[in-house]
Design a protein around this ligand. Structure first.
Ligand code: CA
Length: 247
């Protein structure tokens, strides 16, 4: 397995260049999704969303939360309104329902960090690779914890949240904005994601996109979404990084 690791990365790079038409990859920055990549917060989000939707009479499962992950709260709410109430939700309804969800989420325990993620981010900092966070979340409680938990490894002014974009993941806008903030071209960055819609967004932005399967989905869910590489955990990503950031 170990022997095939670097040939797997080379094959994935070649495949990326063939698909995008770029001549080379020259990695100067990495854009991290937040929930399920930095924080092990998805089980908590799942619990909060399922409870919220149950309150308004919409059946919603944990797997659905994971499949919708990356969308803004407003988009998730609106889709369920169309399915169950046969109409769009109003902005007021979206805000009220998201307020309920946030209230439940804040009552739950604080999420832990994803095992191994600090080593990954620290490795990049040590190698002068820029870092940012691109998230569909608008949860201020989690965003505030970024600074405490990563001790200055992320610069707040470079972070893209749900509040910054018109069209969230799976649209490319969040990652295009991340590239703009880092002042990088698509072939100068990596995206690290755990969710199918987030992977679609990274690929649509033209960026080499890595799926790390930290949740309840199948590895194939991330591969089908178009990830250039899929890893089982952050330890594997850390092992792959030297090969990924070298020319
Ligand atoms: Ca995520």
């Amino acid at each position: 397995m170990r022997l095939n690791f670097s040939s797997m990365i080379e094959a994935a790079k070649k495949d990326y260049l063939a698909k995008t038409g770029h001549k080379y990859l020259n990695i100067k920055g990495v854009m991290f999704d937040m929930d399920g990549v930095l924080f092990d917060s998805m089980p908590l989000h799942a619990e909060a969303w399922v409870k919220t939707f149950t309150q308004i009479g919409i059946p919603f499962t944990h797997r659905q939360v994971y499949l919708n992950e990356g969308r803004t709260g407003a988009a998730t709410i609106d889709e369920q309104f169309q399915i169950y109430f046969n109409r769009h939700s109003t902005v007021e309804e979206q805000q009220e329902i998201y307020r309920i969800k946030s209230g439940i989420f804040k009552q739950l325990p604080k999420p832990n960090l994803i095992p191994g993620i600090v080593d990954v981010v620290q490795f990049l900092a040590d190698n002068n690779i820029a870092r940012t966070v691109v998230t569909g979340s608008g949860e201020s409680s989690t965003l505030e914890r970024l600074e405490q938990n990563f001790h200055g490894l992320f610069n707040r002014s470079l972070i893209v949240t749900a509040l910054d974009v018109k069209q969230g993941k799976p649209f490319p806008e969040p990652y295009l904005m991340g590239l703009q903030k880092l002042r990088l071209a698509p072939n100068e960055a990596l995206v690290v994601e755990n969710a199918p819609l987030g992977i679609q967004a990274g690929v649509a932005a033209g960026v080499f996109t890595i799926g790390v399967n930290t949740g309840i989905l199948e590895k194939s869910d991330l591969e089908t979404a178009g990830a250039n590489l899929v890893f089982d955990n952050m330890q594997q990503l850390l092992e792959a990084l030297p090969a990924l950031i070298s020319d």
